[in-house]
Design a protein around this ligand. Structure first.
Ligand code: SF4
Length: 343
């Protein structure tokens, strides 16, 4: 085993995270579920969702036969809803194409919806001890610093070179035990020691070998020049309500923002919104309090427009009235759920 790998493995055993609910299992369904949820979401948030998902969909067959609306409803609040849609498709593919068993190697796992190279490697190393490298954001930070890898990761060839270096560092023997611990160790180091700002090098098991630490400027790694530009968008939401509190919701088209979720009708302008409402109701439209909802690469300026109607009637487009008791079962975008909760 490389010195790097053996240090990571020993450290994980003594100081890493060993009691998360998706650890200590080699069940690929559970590992896959946690890996998808942990993409872009903190461990503390995932814990609750993971437990609820498993209770509702205890195995891949249960998830595959569920309706997408049920999956999105359970995912509601986790964000990045394409993960939930891909997960549902992936479960269906595992059942239809692989006899209900997850493939046992990273190369085939990667052909499934929503499973990228790093996620495939995580599942294959945790469950089957395959010698494959993960390279998510945290691990890129650890490895570029350890190696002093200063090439720009926005360039595909440089990223591929880092995958190669990551593969060279993997444990070479006792793979069934060493690979899960090594993979978990790298994740733990990235999440708890080699932090983006102020890495805790004194607690780091690979500190004596680390190039960036020796150079004195670990925070200058990783190098990635191309930044995604933030954009802003204004949207108007028709919040139509009946006297007993039902709201008019419709299902968002795919693709697009909040695809497949139930939502208040969304418009690009106040004029478009009023044009969608029957003329006899125009005098009842009232501006609500506008608010900002921040997505990863976009600021959404949301303008609710209230419309109180005396009795349920068909409003704009395809939609239906939903009473408050039904909302918890629906997949709703987080800002819309908040808006409805505030009445
Ligand atoms: Fe990161 Fe510091 Fe460890 Fe190097 S020594 S890998 S910079 S925590």
């Amino acid at each position: 085993m490389t010195d790097f790998a053996s240090r990571v493995v020993r450290w994980q055993q003594a100081h890493g995270r060993n009691s998360l609910p998706w650890q200590n299992t080699r069940d690929p369904y559970r590992v896959w579920l946690s890996e998808i949820m942990l993409q872009q979401t903190q461990v503390t948030t995932v814990l609750d969702y993971y437990a609820r998902f498993l209770a509702r969909f205890p195995d891949v067959a249960a998830l595959a036969t569920a309706g997408l609306d049920d999956v999105l409803a359970l995912w509601s609040g986790l964000g990045y809803y394409s993960r939930a849609r891909n997960m549902h498709r992936c479960a269906q593919d595992v059942v239809a194409l692989h006899g209900g068993q997850f493939p046992r190697n990273a190369a085939v796992l990667q052909t499934l919806p929503g499973i990228g190279r790093s996620t495939a490697a995580a599942i294959a190393s945790f469950c089957f001890g395959e010698r494959v490298a993960i390279l998510d954001g945290n691990v890129k930070r650890v490895l570029t610093r350890f190696l002093g890898f200063g090439d720009d990761l926005a360039v595909g060839a440089n990223e591929r070179a880092l995958w190669d270096r990551a593969t060279q560092l993997l444990p070479a023997d006792d793979l069934v035990d060493a690979m899960p611990r090594y993979t978990q160790g790298l994740m733990d180091l990235g999440a708890t020691v080699c932090l983006t700002r102020k890495p805790n090098c004194l607690l780091c098991p690979v500190q004596p070998l680390c190039v960036a630490q020796r150079e004195g400027a670990p925070e200058s790694y990783p190098v990635k020049t191309r930044k995604l530009k933030r954009t802003a968008q204004s949207l108007w939401l028709l919040q139509a309500r009946t006297a007993d509190g039902a709201v008019w919701l419709h299902k968002r088209p795919t693709p697009g923002v909040w695809a497949g979720l139930f939502c208040l009708p969304v418009f690009d302008s106040a004029e478009q919104l009023s044009a969608s409402v029957p003329a006899r109701l125009h005098g009842h439209l009232r501006d609500g309090n506008a608010f900002l909802h921040v997505l990863t690469h976009k600021d959404l300026h949301l303008h609710p427009v209230l419309l109180d109607v005396t009795k349920p009637q068909v409003l704009s487009g395809d939609g239906a009235w939903f009473e408050a008791a039904q909302w918890p079962q629906l997949g709703l975008p987080a800002p819309v759920r908040k808006l409805l909760a505030n009445g």
